[in-house]
Write a protein that binds this ligand. Sequence first.
Ligand code: HEM
Length: 400
Amino acid sequence: MEDSVKADHVAPFDPLSLADHHAAERRLAEVRGRCPVSQPHPRMHFVAAHQDVERILLDTTTFSARSNFRLDPVNGAEGARPSGSLPTLDPPDHANVRRRLREWFAPRTLRLLEPRVRELAAAAVLELPVGVDFDLVPTSKRMATRVVYALIGAPQEDWVQLQAWSDVLHKYLPAPLQGTPEYIAMMNRLGEVLEEYRAGLRAADDTVVSGLAAAVEAGDLAPADALTHIWQLIQAGTETTISLITNLVHALLSRHRQWQLLLDRPELVGAAIEESLRRDAPLQYVMRTPHHATDVSGCPVEYDEQVVVGLQSANWDESVWGPDALEFDIERDHPTGHVAFGKGPHACLGAPLARIEAQAFIRELLSRRSEIRLATGYVHELANELMVRRPERLLLHIPG
Ligand code: HEM
């Protein structure tokens, strides 16, 4: 009897374990099949099934976002208070801030930014060395950060310094960044730019800093909140896009037929991007905490406990994508419906921009560097990160 209990027991998926993270494909399939809501730590629940993930993301009445992005096994969500940044706000504050920020992601604004994104993508591809092995991660990082700096309106002469600060900041994660010298330096510089727009020393334009400076001048927004929003866009838009680009390039080059298919039919680029987002979700989880005791698929969740919403697991759910859910197939019948950009009121504001960036980069690669391949002997290893899924390094080669 004892043995059969042990044999049936499924240890819950632990989002805090890198061992689980690296073996995620096998572990999550097991968890989805046998215990789709599990409790890896006291006061922490992991949700693996697509239908539960969607339901939680859509239900802001029951589930708060105030502890979002705090993977904290000890304290759960207790004490977490909104930081004022969009992904941690609940209604009605959330809708007010989102309304303010969404104009920079409207089709009209993005059409104005798109030529700049294409320029940055072309420059990134032209810079790739020929005849030697190179790592695509730093290249994609340079491009993704520059696109975000262009969007927010950070002066171009500051880009290298901003990137240097943000590289150091990334190394501190998941520890809090506020209070570190690099965070303070970055906020000071962005604060100066905001003040320059306010004082009319920089002409008003379509950028985020310019728009937020106008709101501050009109008495509609506190300067500190403007900086919170700017910082949040930098954070939200860089590591995620680096992951999308490197995961996508890896998936295509490690499956020669898929790369050849794209060369023959470049109109499939959009489908390839969606399939990459589904197959390798850049952001593995988001977090929610219930406003009151509730349940997820019959499993009780108490007030203020932490719910880790498994985006990647939902994207691999066989009940939605079929038995080949783990395959990367750019001709998949229904590549959309994934939750890589979330769902509901908090769904990614920057999704159209991320898609434009990935399209621009892959199209440049297809047209200028079609002979690109994985470096000989390259071994695919995931970066040592809990929340973000991407290769640690992506070693490539363009024959000379
Ligand atoms: C492939 C790239 C990206 C991925 C996979 C991604 C993923 C996500 C996800 C999953 C969420 C939902 C969070 C939640 O429900 O708690 C989110 C929210 C958000 N993303 Fe992205 N993101 C990407 C790129 C970007 C870019 C380029 C920007 C802007 C420059 C951006 C800005 C935001 C913002 C502002 C939110 C908060 C929305 C809200 O809470 O209302 N993201 N993102």
